[in-house]
Design a protein around this ligand. Structure first.
Ligand SMILES: CCCCCC/C=C/C(=O)SCCNC(=O)CCNC(=O)[C@H](O)C(C)(C)COP(=O)(O)OP(=O)(O)OC[C@H]1O[C@@H](n2cnc3c(N)ncnc32)[C@H](O)[C@@H]1OP(=O)(O)O
Length: 317
């Protein structure tokens, strides 16, 4: 048989394989072939059983729930009694979940919240010890924060936020690194960094002005203006707003349709969209973390924290 042309993929592969074997007796050749096919079918069965298992429930930890179904990995902030505030452990759990989601067999990854809030942002108690004293754990926080944000910069599949209620702080800033943000009309978007004596994180100092222009970005990031869902949509931070009454049904129907799109082309398109920005995003992330470590006005920050932590006690006086 003459060697098939280079675009005749199947016949060329068969020809190359046969050629590499040299001359085998017909019976040996047949037996080798049957053994190979049997081994492939048993290993592919084991693989698909494993994948089916992962599909039903990927991972479960207390405050971050991860499920995978219909081609969608769903990561849920699940701490409703604290308005889904993000503890140190939750940052680590999210990073772990994102790493798994980047290689599991899901097509898109979605974040949402349990209860009335999407998330109230960083757990302000991350910085106090068991005795209720404010600790200087800025170095630890900064390290976690940098890795956390890098996981979003690097995430290879379409990433969607289903913002079911109010979002505060880092739960808002990180949205600029998502591919789509669907919000209930009950959601609000609040970044009170100056009020808390903190610097805006998650590359928002770069992404927000790019998305909404410098003056609107300053309104949010410097002055802490809280936006309604419709205002956030008008500024380009939100992709689409849905009425609360139909939010869940409409959004999940839409997401299930998106999850049927060809995964590889979406992954490559996302890579092409983000490619030219990646280096810039790493730099902005690193700069913000260095600023937090070296330039954060700790006294002002401690005061802002005390105001939050003791606000209920003060209100009773
Ligand atoms: C690795 C570290 C990375 C650092 C990243 C930097 C990130 C920065 C940010 O995210 S800044 C934003 C931080 N978040 C806030 O400032 C919000 C603070 N919370 C509030 O203002 C209010 O709680 C509220 C407006 C979200 C809700 O108010 P309300 O409806 O009146 O409910 P309560 O205040 O009674 O809250 C119920 C319950 O939840 C606790 N809680 C809410 N948010 C947080 C929070 N961010 N951190 C810690 N705890 C929070 C609140 O204390 C109540 O608990 P209690 O019942 O008192 O035990």
């Amino acid at each position: 048989m003459p060697k098939p042309g280079m675009f005749n993929f199947v016949n060329k592969a068969t020809w190359d394989a046969r050629n590499a074997l040299g001359s085998l007796p017909k019976e040996t050749d047949r037996k080798n072939y049957v053994d190979l096919v049997s081994s492939l079918s048993s290993s592919s069965e084991a693989l698909s059983q494993g994948k089916r298992g992962a599909d039903e429930k990927a991972q479960e930890s207390k405050d971050i729930l991860v499920t995978s179904e219909d081609g969608i990995t769903k990561i849920t902030f699940n701490r409703p009694t604290k308005k889904n505030a993000i503890s140190f452990q939750m940052y680590l759990d999210i990073m772990h979940a994102l790493k798994n989601a980047s290689t599991d067999n899901s097509v898109i990854t979605v974040f949402t919240g349990t209860g009335d809030y999407y998330s109230s942002g960083n757990d302000l108690k991350n910085l106090i010890n068991d005795a209720g004293e404010i600790q200087d754990v800025v170095a630890t926080s900064t390290k976690i924060l940098r890795e956390f944000v890098n996981c979003f910069i690097d995430f290879p599949k379409p990433l969607v936020a289903v913002v079911n209620g109010p979002a505060v702080g880092i739960a808002v800033t990180i949205l600029a690194l998502f591919d789509a943000v669907f919000a209930s009309d009950r959601a609000t978007f609040h970044t009170p960094f100056s009020q808390l004596s903190q610097f805006p994180e998650a590359c928002s100092t770069y992404m927000f002005p790019k998305i909404m222009g410098p003056t609107k970005a300053a309104e949010m990031l410097l002055f802490g203006k809280k936006l309604t869902a419709r205002e956030a949509w008008a500024q380009g931070l939100v992709t689409e707003v849905f009425p609360e009454s139909t939010f869940e049904t409409e959004v999940w129907t839409r997401l299930k349709t998106y999850a049927k799109l060809p995964p590889n082309v979406m992954r490559i398109s996302k890579e092409l969209i983000r490619k030219h920005e990646k280096q810039k995003l790493y730099t902005v992330n690193a700069e913000k973390c260095a600023a937090a470590l070296e330039r954060m006005p700790r006294e002002e920050y401690a005061k802002a924290l005390r105001n939050f932590l003791f606000r209920k006690a003060k209100a009773k006086l």
